[in-house]
Design a binder for this molecule. Structure first.
Ligand code: DTR
Length: 344
């Protein structure tokens, strides 16, 4: 009898030890199911990073979490992403801050054209600014990742070889990019990215201002055979989660999500930069696109015209209670810091 008791005790001790050593305890009951909404098509970079995040959390949480992804606006669209996640229509959502003027007064500082050349750099700057200022624009949600696009360039059906060529040209843009185009004499036609293929096809626009990976991901190279390198603004993005859903997660799963935040942001920046190169090579091969560089004085002139956007952003940010001067100068010093690390 005694030896049976001893044996039972030994088994219990061994089981407790095994549990304590397991970093994330295995799923005992049904896994937590989370829905993740995204607005553009599955082939585009916001969705590629979504699938990567899903894979990582499912692996690292040892099956405790299952993420169901909804690309292409099937659950929420570009403009109702934040409210939809807050109301619980989706548990997680990916949004572009520049699509909703006034809603993200601090983080849209990334949308001011200051000459970022890499998404990796801009994404890390955005991450650091968010960590430092904890802006209240995200107080209604849990932030899971932050990143930006690569810089915006002109893709068009006709060559744009100088600023003067922009005069009267109808180009699709969104958010701050519309402002950029009108300041340079073009005619901006505002719409979110998912509406752009149709507008190009129907000839409603002669091209667009955006990052160059879309040449391949949306096959825009077929229409836009001329790409003028301008390195205008980047677009800040966030992945956000419903707060109640976040609070209800087990502590070990929360730790997995938290630990992944900065890494996922960096991963996405790097993916974006590499994918822009891939997209250009693909477009040259398939459609013989021409890549045009603006003469240096034209480039400088464009950035000079656009410097007015700094004041516009500062005014909006100050009105919303954001310490605009400090945020802006932090952005510039972080940019210099990360350019040393990741290159220009
Ligand atoms: N540049 C912004 C954001 C953007 C860039 N690439 C994609 C792909 C899919 C959705 C949005 C974006 C824009 O032009 O809208």
């Amino acid at each position: 009898m005694r030896s049976v008791k001893c044996f039972a005790l030994a088994v219990l001790v061994a089981m407790a030890a095994a549990l304590a050593l397991w970093p994330v305890s295995p799923a005992s009951a049904e896994p937590v199911k989370l829905s993740y909404a995204n607005f553009p098509p599955a082939s585009t970079f916001p969705c590629v990073q979504m699938e990567r995040w899903k894979q990582e959390v499912e692996k690292q949480s040892h099956g405790k979490v299952v993420v169901e992804t909804y690309p292409g606006g099937t659950l929420l669209g570009a403009k109702n992403m934040l409210s939809g996640v807050m109301q619980g229509q989706a548990d997680i959502g990916c949004l572009c801050m520049s699509y909703q003027p006034g809603v993200f007064p601090l983080t849209t500082v990334l949308g001011v054209p200051v000459g970022f050349t890499k998404s990796t750099v801009a994404s890390m700057v955005l991450w650091d600014l968010w960590e430092k200022y904890q802006p209240k624009e995200f107080s209604g949600v849990k932030v899971l990742a932050l990143f930006t696009t690569a810089p915006s360039n002109i893709m068009s059906k006709v060559p744009v070889r100088s600023i003067a060529d922009l005069k009267g040209l109808e180009l699709r843009a969104s958010g701050g990019a519309s402002r950029v185009l009108s300041m340079l004499g073009a005619v901006p036609v505002s719409m979110p990215m998912p509406e752009t293929p149709d507008a190009l096809q129907k000839g409603l626009v002669q091209g667009l201002l955006s990052s160059l990976e879309v040449l391949m991901d949306f096959n825009f190279a077929e229409y836009c055979r001329y790409e003028t390198l301008t390195n205008f603004q980047v677009y800040p993005f966030a992945v956000v989660m419903n707060k109640d859903k976040w609070s209800a997660l087990p502590a070990d799963v929360k730790a997995v999500f938290d630990d992944l935040r900065a890494e996922q942001s960096l991963w996405t920046g790097k993916y974006m930069d590499e994918h822009v190169e891939e997209s250009l090579a693909w477009s040259k091969e398939k459609y013989q696109i021409e890549v045009i560089s603006l003469p240096d004085d034209e480039q400088a002139q464009a950035l000079e015209v656009l410097s007015g956007m700094v004041d516009d952003w500062k005014k909006g940010a100050n009105d919303a209670g954001v310490p605009a001067d400090a945020v802006f100068s932090d952005m510039l010093s972080l940019k210099a810091k990360y350019e040393k690390e990741y290159g220009r």
